[in-house]
Design a protein around this ligand. Structure first.
Ligand SMILES: Nc1ncnc2c1ncn2[C@@H]1O[C@H](COP(=O)(O)OP(=O)(O)OP(=O)(O)O)[C@@H](O)[C@H]1O
Length: 473
């Protein structure tokens, strides 16, 4: 017997076994593929004397429900009395084994999560309702989660629902793109008990277009895997992210992802009619913007913390890539320069500005490769006027953050910034249109919680050249 899998239950056609990491069904010495314990949703001994281990396993590259069913072994005793006695012992042993495997599958986690789910039926390609019914609901049911579900009826509905959410829910599950999360964050901030409401972790199920929350947390490869998103809602752990308050006129609202003006705002708002294309619409919008070469009429001022690209890349490589941000303190690294209290003005003509605190804005674009949600800053990118050829070059390797190194793409870590329009244009917050009017933004470290399976962001594809980074040593 394998000592690698010490917890064994003999069943009629082989044995079920697990260790600290994985479970497998050895059927007459043939091993079925191992399932990581994290992918086990439930374990039970049913009335038909079967042990059922419900897992999420890869099917055509995506995680889908896959129950492993094993019959209990039969008693070989001679008399009926002995048979009954042994059958009862077999059942008891199986029950103990099943309970222990379930404990191991939810180690350090609460089972039967109480989830509040919101759906934007028109997000992305408009398939959210179908996906909820056929994929999400069965997975939550298999994990014995208690779900209260609402399909929203109009824009802004999620703000109202989040504003009244019960504080005892374990997570808010948002079936939408980033616009839905934007609504939820603003709703939580308006809650009667906002500080407590904002502590409820949010989990996105990628039924929008960009789905940047999933891209950053699950990585570009898994971001659109509905099974993986569900697993995150069921077993993710809270991870703190900043939110940004925006004061515009007499209004104050919140952003959790990005703010953009100029080309990067035009490409989002100008392609809403192309939602059916999924996230390809952003590429098309970018190319259209490059052709038009429009200047964004704004004055931008910021409170600078850091602007040396090589140094920022070096600290990103050492801090974000290797540090789990579950141990988040919301403080700046000691060796980073202190920001000044003064405002610095950007003096060149602007094609767009784009600010955010997570590396990816979509699968195709790692706009903020050195973003670090725990540094107390927001990363502000200002693209100054540049030839079309340079703007097109920025699309090469964009998914790996390579545009970071383009000279006309100015990259600042700032503790706040303000923008004053001097003409007409578009302004987006988390991809949503807002008035093109003056605003000022502040960073609030660690105010939002999102669920994450491993407590870190995926920036593995940003691989700054070691030779460049060595220059900082
Ligand atoms: N029931 C609804 N009816 C109409 N609009 C809605 C409804 N629910 C949400 N919305 C709005 O739909 C817009 C798009 O939402 P969402 O972000 O979910 O999708 P997306 O834009 O395709 O994805 P992403 O933001 O990831 O690119 C948002 O402005 C949101 O406020």
């Amino acid at each position: 017997m394998s000592t690698d899998f010490p917890h064994v239950l003999q069943v009629a056609s082989g044995r079920l076994e697990y260790n600290d990491e994985a479970f497998r069904f050895m059927k007459q010495s043939k091993s079925f593929s191992k399932v990581p314990l994290i992918n086990i949703l439930w374990v039970e001994l049913n009335d038909e004397d079967q042990v059922v281990v419900t897992t999420l396993a890869p099917t055509s590259g995506k995680l889908a429900l896959h129950p492993v069913v094993a019959e209990l072994r039969k008693s070989k005793a001679k008399t009926q009395k002995e048979k009954d006695k042994e059958a009862e012992e077999i059942r008891q042993e199986a029950q103990r084994w099943a309970d222990k495997l379930l404990d191991a599958a939810y180690k350090g986690l609460k089972r039967n999560r109480k989830l509040r789910a919101f759906l934007n039926p028109i997000g992305g390609k408009g398939k959210g309702a179908h996906i909820y019914q056929h994929e999400v609901e069965p997975i939550f049911a298999a994990a014995r989660c208690k779900v209260e579900f609402t399909s929203t009826a109009y824009q802004g509905h999620m703000v109202e629902l989040a504003q009244k959410v019960d504080l005892d829910v374990d997570a808010i599950v948002v079936l939408s793109g980033d616009g839905g999360i934007h609504e939820v964050v603003n709703g939580l901030a308006k809650h009667e008990q906002a500080a407590r409401a904002l502590r409820i972790p949010v989990a996105q199920i990628s039924t929008g277009s960009a789905n940047a929350v999933c891209v950053n947390i699950l990585g570009p490869k898994d971001a659109f895997d509905i099974g993986k998103c569900c697993l995150n809602a069921i077993k993710g752990r809270p991870m703190k992210l900043p939110i940004y308050s925006i004061k515009q006129g007499d209004k104050k609202y919140f952003s959790f992802l990005t703010q953009a003006g100029g080309l990067m705002a035009d490409l989002d708002l100008g392609t809403e009619h192309l939602r059916w294309m999924g996230d390809t619409r952003f590429v098309l919008g970018y190319l259209r913007g490059v052709v038009s070469k429009k200047i964004c009429p704004v004055e931008i001022e910021y409170r600078l913390v850091q602007s040396d690209k090589v140094q920022m890349a070096a600290s990103a490589k050492t801090s974000i890539c290797t540090t789990k941000i579950t141990s988040y303190h919301g403080t700046r690294d000691d060796d980073e320069p202190e920001g000044t209290d003064g405002w610095t003005k950007f003096e060149k003509p602007v094609m767009y500005y784009y600010a955010g605190g997570l590396p990816y804005v979509s699968r195709d674009l790692m706009q903020f490769p050195v973003a670090n949600p725990s540094d107390g800053c927001i990363d502000l990118v200002i693209q100054s006027r540049a030839p079309r050829a340079i703007m097109l070059k920025a699309t090469v390797g964009a998914e790996k953050g390579e545009a970071y190194w383009i000279d006309s793409q100015h990259y600042f870590k700032v503790s706040g910034y303000r923008v004053k329009p001097t003409g007409k244009g578009n302004f987006t917050v988390d991809g949503e249109g807002y008035p093109f009017e003056p605003f000022e933004l502040r960073v609030h470290a660690g105010q939002l919680r999102v669920l994450s399976l491993d407590g870190r962001l995926d920036i593995s594809s940003f691989t700054p050249d070691d030779a460049i980074l060595d220059a900082t040593k």
